[in-house]
Ligand binder design. Structure first.
Ligand SMILES: Cc1ncc(COP(=O)(O)O)c(C=O)c1O
Length: 382
């Protein structure tokens, strides 16, 4: 049996008729940039997240970059974030001319360790970016308290976490701005790149709206330097077809996450493979189902040889990326991040994944650990 890490073609096939209808509709209008579908999607997503404004942009990466600029981050400022994330989080800080300041992670949730944030604050600190990694919100209560105490802007990287919640509130709605990605593998994925900044702050919304069209408040009147970073009308129309299914897809992802846990316990793997920890009061939307596994790379190769796709998010921490060598971080600076980078593996998880496919994945993992000797596995302290 072949099990892909994700299979995007299944959902497309299910909604093919509707997608074709929308394609005809949008091409029929001849209006492809910032049309009615972008506006409607912005309203629909803002309402869903419980915020006042949504501003569609070209990608999740640009959502972060433009949100930082709109929050007043400028060259020389410092922005605190996790060293365990996709490059775009830290990259957006550097693109704004600011200095990324990294912190270690909580080894249970993989999200930034909020207890370390305060010690990194200097007079130059302007903002903090929590990343809701794999689909679980960071500890927003403590983080918001610290940010409030020091007057820092919080820009949430909710690229992997649309629909997740911390207590009663959805991720993306806590900070001055929240940033979403519609990259195809995200829980609400498009057919190409796309992103959105969500906010309650009218000034931030207005600034991002200007920045995405070369700094123009009114057409051809440019108040500041901006960029070309718009969400395509066609992309927005496709996303509006998909959006009503998001909650059902989230439920399906969560059910499959539970099923993996059951399978691991049934097969006696729960002492070997460390399943995701869901913090109390958090609703995890499992953009990724990520476990810690001894002999991770060997396991990955074994699964690949048997037709099972997996991924490692992320093999190189931000502080060890060549692009950030100028920041002069050393190996060992963030032990939990470095340990996670060496141990994590994301297993196949998407709403259409079948029980048989999950059984196959768990069965192969069992077979792998059965092959290597017990003491070797037990000696790895997870
Ligand atoms: C945590 C995180 N931040 C930012 C991004 C950037 O989003 P995009 O690929 O839409 O630019 C991604 C997506 O890959 C992500 O996973």
């Amino acid at each position: 049996m072949r099990v892909l890490q994700f299979d995007l073609s299944l959902q497309c096939r299910q909604m093919q008729d509707e997608l074709h209808r929308v394609l005809d509709e949008v091409t029929g209008t001849g209006h492809f940039i910032l049309g009615k579908n972008v506006k409607k999607l912005e309203e629909e997503i803002a309402r869903y997240l419980g915020v006042r404004y949504g501003v569609g942009v070209a990608s999740g990466s640009d959502a972060l970059f433009l949100a930082l600029l709109a929050c007043g981050v400028k060259p020389g400022d410092e922005v605190i974030t996790t060293a365990f994330t996709f490059f775009a989080t830290a990259g957006s800080i550097a693109r704004a001319g600011a200095v990324p300041v990294f912190v270690d992670i909580d080894p249970a949730t993989y999200n930034l360790d909020v207890s370390q944030v305060e010690s990194k604050i200097t007079p130059q600190t302007r903002a903090v970016i929590p990343v809701h990694l794999y689909g679980q919100p960071a500890d927003m209560e403590i983080l918001m308290e610290v940010a409030c105490k020091y007057g820092l802007a919080v820009v949430e990287d909710a690229a992997q976490a649309i629909g997740s919640a911390y207590g009663e509130r959805k991720a993306g709605s806590f900070g001055r701005a929240g940033c979403l990605s519609f990259f195809p593998t995200k829980n609400l994925g498009g057919f190409g790149d796309g992103g959105m900044v969500v906010t309650d702050d009218p000034d931030v919304a207005e600034k991002v709206r200007m920045l995405r069209v070369h700094g123009a408040g009114k057409k051809y009147y440019h108040e500041c330097l901006g960029y070309n970073s718009r969400l395509d009308e066609l992309q927005a129309a496709f996303l509006r077809v998909r959006f009503p299914h998001l909650e059902a897809w989230t439920d399906a992802r969560r059910e499959r996450a539970v099923r993996y846990g059951e399978l691991f316990r049934q097969k006696g793997l729960d002492q070997v493979v460390k399943e995701p920890y869901v913090a109390p009061g958090c609703l995890h939307v499992f953009n990724q189902y990520t476990v810690r596994a001894p002999f991770r790379d060997e396991l990955r190769a074994f699964l690949a040889a048997h037709g099972v796709g997996t991924a490692v998010y992320y093999p190189i921490p931000m502080h060890l990326q060549p692009a950030f060598a100028y920041l002069n971080y050393r190996r060992g600076a963030f032990p939990e991040v470095e340990r996670a980078s060496a141990e994590v593996i994301s297993l196949p998880l998407y709403p259409e994944l079948t029980a048989q496919e999950q059984e196959c994945v768990a069965g192969l993992i069992k077979k792998f650990y059965g092959r290597i000797s017990g003491p070797a596995v037990e000696s790895v302290n997870l």
